[in-house]
Structure formats: C-alpha cells, structure tokens
Design a protein around this ligand. Structure first.
Ligand code: FEO
Ligand code: CA
Ligand code: CA
Length: 633
C-alpha cells in the first residue's frame, strides 16, 4: 500500500463528501447509504441518524456539577466500596493503620495506594467470579507517614515503594453485589521491590546493566503505574508513567546527558525524594537504573507465582495506558500515549499473529514487532471540529534517519530512548496524550489530550489535533485507520470534543466544541473506556477549584458519551480533591467499577468512611442500578 493510496477518503466519504462526525441530517445520507454494504451502514450512516441531545444510547440525564465529599450519581444508581488503600489481602493480614505507623512489610500485603487503571478477568465459564488487576500509581506522603512529609529514612522509602505497583484481587458476586474476596490464593501484590524480568530487544543491553544486575535483565520493582491494558490472551499490562520523578542525584554538580534531560531528570527530586535514602534512585551512583523503568509490564493474573515481564519492544516513555487491537491479518496492535507536554502517540504491531486457540502461545508476542509514532497533518482550520490525515512512521534502526548519525547504536537504544527517535522523524508533539481506547463497534481509536499550558510555545505550534494555545481544558482526538485496518500506515483524524467552559468563555475555542454545554462541561479528560454497547466513558483529572476558568465545573467526574451523535452527559461526580481514574465492567455490563484516586489530596476529605478526623482513602467503587439493569443504558 503506497502512501498516496492510503490517504484516499473512505468509500462513504467519497460518496457523501461527509466526515464521520455526520453533522448533517439523516435524510441527506439515506440515499447514499442505499448504495452501500452492511458494514459501512452500521457505522457512519447511523452516525447521522442520531442528533445531538436525543441520544438513544444514554439512558440517564446529565447530573449537576458538585463540590461535596461524596459520590453523586443519576437517580436510580448506587455506589459502594469494593476495596480501599491498606485493606489486608489475606484474612490474617495486618489491618490498615490510619495513624501512618504501619510498616512497609504490612503495606506489601495490603491493597496498594492511589488505585488507577484496572482490568477484570472473568474465570472461564463462571459468571460470578473474576480476578481484578488494579494499578497503584503513587502515594500521598501527607497520609502515608506520621510526619506527613517527604521520606526521612530508608524505611520510609521502602514503605512508599510498597504502596505502588499492582494489586491482583479476586472478586465474587454475592446477592447481586460484587465483593472483594479476602484470603483468596490469587490475591497478590507486585510492588516497587518485587523482582521482574526484562525481555525484548533491550533486555541485557549495556544501558540496562547495573552493579546489582550485571546481566541487565532482572529489575526490582514497578512503580508509578498509571493506566493499563488487557490482552486478548488473558494477561494484564501495567504502564509505568512518571518514573523519572523517582530519581535524583546526591551530587549537586552532576551534569545530565541529552537523553536524561529529555526524560525529565532533575537533580533534586522535589516531590518524591527517594534518592536521598536509597542509592538505587541516586543517579550519581546508579545512572542506568533510570533506564530500567518507563516500560510496559505484562502480568498473568491467574498465576500468582508468575514473574511479571517488562516488554521493551513497546518502547520506553511515560506510558499512560495500552489499548489492544488486532490487524486484519490477526496480529496484535498496542496503541500507547506518552503523557508529557509535547510528547507523542505510538503504536506497536506484533510480528506474529495472535493465537486465539492457545492463550499460552502468545506469551512472547509482545517481544517481537515494530514500533511506530504518529504524525498528524495540520488538517482544516475549522475551530470547532478540525479534522485531517495522519501517518505512522517506523522507529527502526537503519530506517527514517534513525542510525548512528542521529545517535542510535542499535535498536535497543531506539527503544530505550524512544522519545529521541520519535523526534528524529518529526512526529507531532501532542497536548499530553493520556488514555487511548478502541471503539468495539467501529474500530475508531480515541485518545484524550488532557491539557497543555505550553501549547503555542516554541516547538509546539497551535494547529491540527492540538488547536488551542495555552490549552487548559483538553480535547479528545480520534482517528480511523485506513481500510479500517489497524495495520494501516495512514489514518483520518478528527476531534470528538474540545473541552471548554461556556459559562466563562463565549463560543469556541474556550467555550469548547458544540457538544460542550453549561450542563456537561468539564476539564482535563484523562481515563477512557468503551462499554460493550459502544458508550464512551470519560474520566477527568483536572482543576477542581470550581473557580476562574474552571468555575461551575465542580469536582472531578465521569461522563458518558454517545460516539455517534457526539452527545456527552455527566454521570458521576467524585468526592473532594479526587481524580476519577480506572474503569472496568462486569461481563454482564450491570456493574461498573471506577477508581477514586487521592480523595483529599490537599485535605478537606474523609472519603469514603467519613470517620471523625479520619483519613481519606483511595478506593475502587462499585456502581450499579437499583433495578439491576445495564449501567448507562
Ligand atoms: Fe497517571 Fe497521565 O496519568
Ligand atoms: Ca491519567
Ligand atoms: Ca492526568
């Protein structure tokens, strides 16, 4: 397939001259639709038949913004806690100690802190029993330690490392309600000191060798685990995001190289500060330890004895999540965002096909394949609904100018320094790519671009999918791969929504796109998920000050969108100071699991227990309908 061929419009666009947004009357399309086969009809013609404000997909009304220290839901819905930070995984395990005096050893057998992305794995053939793998992204020193400040000892660092990583838990439905099964043999913690294996092209490379691991293939720990992915072969992917913040240097004179700088290293780790008490994180002593983090890690939740594996073929950057898809010829695709201002969107395509008959046969699938990075064109200049074309550019040593002359000795270095390789090929610098998801109904790929106050500065021009300077609100980008094949090297993109505040700013761009109203407005879209029916769930991690540019938006929240009409309704508002992140559904779609992370980040919350002078605790919530129906329908 040549580049020219791939840039052609889809069949439907050729006939109708329409984009996929379908912002015209249904009647105009019907004539054209009559000529088309069933596949095309099922996607784009339906898009035009549902007008904004009348979605048949969304079975609830938008709720009001709120600033209370509770979960707010539409009438007929209820919530309860599945599990909270510090809950012991075993029946005889140490109880959560709200004083902060609990030990690192206790935390290593308790549910981790600040739950984030999560996936549910049903036991084959069972409707009421599943495992959940849940990320624990970081910890809040304010609540972790009795002193409430930065770590003051090696024991403090050890405890912080024990809070992060992943928790695997069993859940069962009893009396219609999904519950955590304390004491299950599947319950497991993988934390910042757990031994992990490194695989793929960068395993054993000199840049991954340390004095503790001269082979460069065994790493202690995974931490800063943001969001997630679930493979078709039943494994969990956990994504290491803000790993550079965990490193610093005790040598005030230390000079950092270009790659270290590009990955955001500074000598004084202002917020995490592990390096002062644990030499592993001191770049003056262990510069290569930094290169051993920032990967995607694959975990088998059904084998508690298994060693998690860092898959280096997927590249190293601040990984947000991993969205799995399949090419037309059966290979695995992983879409990934690098959550940093001006960083990139990537996709990996496996060399080999997925074996759907034998899940175990896919255990090395993510070690062999090709990494690509996205370049978007400027598109049209429509202020509300920009759209255009884009292409994927291969990040392989010896191609596209990526070689010794541009600073890469081999493919391992391309992967370890993926950001630098992507810059060589002039990939598009994005407004902080967060979650990416694939619509199960039509294969379109959606990505939250959460915000970027530096858009418009040098090297980050305004335009294309990043249409707004000093972007404080964010937008949701989507694209359709050519031929509807995830193997394609070209795609068409548009913006599904541009967030804004119509109560403060009139019109676009700061009032947001036409599907943003004073009733559903929000800022900083972050988490995303499609349910089985194709509803798009949007989770926010934004400014909850409820003032200025963010007036009347309230606390962070979860919304639900109809991808066909573009309509968005507010479904849930979280408690004070929280981020809403992490989402999963029961197989029957009657339970929605959603994460409340860092309630009371700056005080002011005792969620969820509301004990007098109690501590707020990050928690996974169970959302159901009182009538037992499908959530959102
Ligand atoms: Fe952990 Fe980019 O969010
Ligand atoms: Ca996030
Ligand atoms: Ca975020």
């Amino acid at each position: 397939m040549t580049l020219l061929e791939e840039n052609q419009p889809t069949d439907l666009e050729k006939i109708t001259g329409l984009s996929r947004r379908g912002f015209i009357s249904a009647g105009a399309l019907c004539g054209a639709a009559m000529f088309l086969g069933g596949n095309l009809l099922s996607r784009s013609v339906l898009a035009a038949s549902v007008s904004a404000g009348s979605s048949k997909m969304l079975g609830f009304n938008s709720i009001a913004a709120a600033t209370s220290d509770t979960i707010s839901l539409p009438p007929g819905y209820k919530s309860s806690v599945l599990i909270s930070w510090g809950q012991p995984l075993q029946e005889d395990g140490p109880a959560f100690d709200p004083s902060g005096n609990g030990t690192a050893q206790a935390q290593e057998v308790q549910f981790g802190d600040n739950n984030d992305g999560m996936s549910l794995f049903a036991f084959p053939g069972e409707h009421d029993r599943a495992l959940m793998a849940i990320n624990n992204e970081y910890t809040n020193y304010r609540y972790l330690y009795p002193h409430g400040g930065m770590p003051q000892s090696a024991a403090d660092v050890h405890k912080a490392l024990a809070c992060e990583g992943v928790s695997v838990i069993e859940v069962q439905r009893k009396n219609g309600q999904w519950q955590f099964v304390q004491g299950s043999n599947y319950n497991r913690r993988i934390h910042g000191n757990s031994p992990l294996r490194v695989s793929g092209p960068a395993a054993g490379h000199d840049l991954l060798k340390t004095s503790a691991d001269p082979q460069g293939n065994t790493v202690l720990g995974t931490f800063q685990n943001c969001a997630n992915g679930k493979t078709p072969w039943g494994t969990y992917l956990t994504c290491e995001e803000n790993f550079t913040d965990c490193f610093g240097s005790n040598n005030p004179e230390q000079k950092f190289g270009a790659a270290q700088k590009r990955y955001g290293v500074v000598a004084t780790s202002k917020e995490i500060n592990w390096h002062q008490h644990d030499p592993r994180f001191d770049l003056a002593k262990n510069p290569n330890e930094l290169n051993r983090h920032g990967w995607i890690v694959e975990i088998d939740p059904f084998d508690p004895q298994s060693t998690p594996v860092k898959r280096t073929a997927l590249g190293r950057f601040k990984h947000e999540n991993a969205a799995l898809a399949e090419t037309g010829d059966g290979r695995a695709v992983v879409y990934m965002g690098d959550d940093e201002r001006g960083e990139f969107i990537y996709k990996f395509i496996s060399r080999d096909k997925i074996n759907h008959q034998d899940p175990q046969a896919n255990r090395e699938l993510l070690d062999h394949g090709t990494l690509y990075v996205a370049r978007f064109d400027a598109g049209d200049s429509h202020p509300d609904h920009p759209k255009g074309q884009g292409q994927w550019i291969e990040l392989t040593h010896g191609k596209n100018g990526i070689d010794a002359s541009s600073g890469f000795a081999d493919q391992a270095e391309v992967l370890i320094h993926a950001r630098l390789a992507a810059s060589v090929v002039n990939a598009t610098r994005m407004d902080r790519p967060e979650w990416i998801v694939v619509n199960p109904k039509d294969g379109q790929v959606y990505c939250t671009l959460t915000n970027n106050a530096k858009r418009g500065e040098e090297g980050q021009p305004v335009g294309g999918p990043n249409p707004r300077g000093k972007n404080v609100y964010g937008q949701i980008l989507r694209w359709q791969e050519n031929r509807d094949d995830h193997a394609a090297m070209n795609f068409s993109w548009d913006l599904f929504m541009v967030a804004g505040n119509p109560a403060v700013h009139a019109g676009t761009p700061k009032g947001g796109s036409s599907n943003i109203t004073a009733q559903n407005m929000f800022n900083s879209p972050d988490g995303l998920s499609f349910d089985d029916a194709g509803r798009l769930w949007i989770l926010t991690d934004g400014d909850a000050s409820n003032s200025g540019d963010f007036a009347e938006m309230g606390n962070n929240q979860m919304l639900c969108a109809d991808p066909l009409s573009g309509e968005i309704r507010r479904f849930m508002v979280g408690p004070v100071g929280c981020e809403v992140t992490g989402i999963s559904f029961s197989p029957d779609q009657k339970t929605l699991f959603v994460g409340i992370q860092h309630p009371g980040e700056n005080g002011g919350s005792t969620f969820p227990e509301h004990l007098p002078n109690g501590k707020p605790r990050s928690s996974v919530m169970v959302i159901t309908r009182e009538d037992g129906g499908i959530v959102g329908a």
